[in-house]
Design a protein. Sequence first.
Length: 103
Amino acid sequence: MATTPPPDFPVPAPVHIRSCRAADLDVLERHMPSPGRTRRHAARFDQQEQGLSTFLTAWADAVPVGTAQVLWQGCAAPGSAGPLPRQGAGRGCSRADVIRPEP
């Protein structure tokens, strides 16, 4: 049985995920500021432009609601587990070219 929310219940906007674009950087900083003066969004975008990662952005209408970075060479940060075995949803995404950089 399907349920219908009450009429005054806000319906969330659909979320669209795509690779970050240069024009997104100012909007990201305005809505999701980087900590301190790090300009983290710009740094991640630069890595994407170099082909080292894909910087994903999630949008509800024209408002950014989340980000993620996929490192194509693995993570070298202290405490990281390194490259993980290819399995589960991530494996499906990589096979489907869902999050691969556009040519």
